[in-house]
Design a protein around this ligand. Structure first.
Ligand code: FAD
Ligand code: FES
Length: 412
């Protein structure tokens, strides 16, 4: 339904975004993985998903069988969204405000009306609304307790040119962690996007090594001519692997949320638009989906163990990282140019970065969201919070929420 909606909108608004139907292949990299693929294939068939099983994925290297998911889609989401966004400002009062950070959502009651209205306090002004949708990736309000119900995973991507023939389809390996491969056309021709090495932000990983592993994977499987791009990013994962779409809670019937897309945000983002519009208009066309993705659901039997261990881990990071002397230096001399570390200086722990010109930036190492201890991300040169994915630049400015305040700066 979500893919069909994207095709319908692209046609209606005449959007040129390279949208096309494609196939997605989940392929086995070793004979032992075939059993897992076969089980998944049978489950897909039972669920009515359009799949077939083939002996090998159409890749320029050996695979041991593959599930082929038909009728998937591929597009340039930025081009798609830019055109859609142009259609939003209209004479009925619809508008897009950019570069405005929402800091708080206040409930206000008017004229004794028990139905709540809201004021969204931003750094540029106040927006009043009867209904508010929080679609800020990780929700920044504490309502709904999403910080206790999701984990954040990072993924690493290279954009490479190869000498091999590669069909314009989507590919996922059976390895753990898995790798994904897809293509994109740019002004220089075909760019192959190879990604993977996904990990929960809480895991202490050398982020440079994640890129190196993908490079090794690419070089082992393709004739790589050049590596033109590299980047990493993150998504929110729920414990039952379904997103949270709908009313934040029964107490806040006019406050909606769309989050926890589990790496499938093109689909779930589109579905969120359909479901939340249905809820706001009081229709019941998609009531099945409304119940299914209800943000206040909590199936302890299915998710309790993961949920408990994840929150225990967050608690460990909150307390343990403060006490640990590991990964902490006690002299600025131990921080090389172009790198950062937690440093214990003058009786205080600081997040210290030394730039390529030897200028020192000293910040509080405490995340402004809920106070977890930050870790230095070597590949991106940023301070990342392992708990709920907030990220800060080496100057302390926010790169990614849910944090809303910049880091405290210190002179040393
Ligand atoms: C490597 C990688 C590959 C992926 N590949 C796919 C794929 O092939 N197919 C697929 O379907 N999905 C894919 N996903 C998942 C998808 O990209 C995400 O799920 C999706 O982009 C999340 O959308 P979002 O609207 O929730 O968040 P975002 O796209 O992050 O949008 C949130 C917006 O809110 C703004 N914001 C945040 N806080 C505030 C605030 N306080 N005030 C005002 N504005 C705020 C942000 O600036 C941002 O513009 C992938 C994800 C990753 C990491
Ligand atoms: S993101 Fe929640 S404590 Fe840092």
């Amino acid at each position: 339904m979500a893919i069909d909606t994207i095709f319908k909108l692209a046609q209606e608004y005449n959007i040129e975004c390279g949208l096309k139907r494609s196939k997605a292949y989940f392929y086995a990299v070793k004979p032992e993985d075939i059993v897992r693929l076969e089980k998944e294939f049978i489950t897909c068939e039972h669920a009515g998903i359009d799949v077939n099983y083939i002996e090998a994925a159409p890749l320029p290297f050996k695979t041991y069988g593959s599930i082929c998911y038909n009728n998937q889609g591929q597009f340039n989401p930025r081009q798609y969204l830019l055109t859609l966004a142009k259609s939003i400002p209209d004479s009925n009062g619809s508008a897009i405000y950019e570069n405005s950070v929402a800091l708080e959502i206040k409930e206000v009651k008017k004229n004794g009306n028990s139905d709540k209205n809201y004021e969204v306090i931003t750094d540029k002004g106040v927006i009043r609304a009867k209904k508010v949708i929080v679609a800020t990736h990780f929700p920044f309000p504490y309502k709904g307790l999403f910080f206790a119900k999701m984990k954040v995973c990072r993924s690493y991507v290279l954009g490479i040119r190869i000498a091999d023939e590669l069909p314009e389809e989507l590919f996922y390996s059976s390895t753990d962690p898995y790798y994904y491969i897809r293509t994109h056309q740019d002004s220089k021709g075909k760019l192959v996007i190879v990604g993977g090495e996904d990990h929960v932000t809480a895991e202490e990983r050398n982020t440079l090594e994640c890129y190196q592993s993908i490079k090794k994977f690419a070089e082992n499987h393709f004739n790589v001519q050049s590596i033109d791009y590299s980047w990493s990013t993150q998504d929110n994962y729920t414990f039952d692997e379904l997103p949270y779409i709908g009313k934040v809670s029964k107490d806040n019937p006019n406050l909606y949320v769309a989050t926890g897309f589990n790496g499938s945000g093109m689909i779930y983002g589109t579905l969120s638009g359909v479901i939340i519009a249905d809820l706001i208009e009081g229709n019941n066309d998609y009531s099945y989906y409304q119940d299914f993705y209800d943000p206040s659901r909590l199936n302890i039997l299915d998710t309790g163990k993961d949920l408990f261990s994840r929150n225990l881990h967050v608690a460990e990071m909150y307390v343990g990282d403060r006490l640990s002397s590991m990964n902490k230096v006690n002299s600025l001399d131990k921080i090389a140019a172009g790198s950062g570390s937690i440093a214990h200086i003058n009786g205080k722990d600081l997040a210290v970065y030394r730039d390529d010109d030897n200028k020192i930036y000293a910040l509080s190492p405490v995340c402004r969201h809920l106070g977890c201890r930050l870790r230095y991300n070597e590949a991106e040169r940023s301070w990342d919070c392992p708990c709920h994915g907030s990220r800060y630049g080496v100057d302390g400015n926010i790169l990614h929420g849910p944090a809303l305040k910049t880091l405290e700066k210190y002179k040393i």
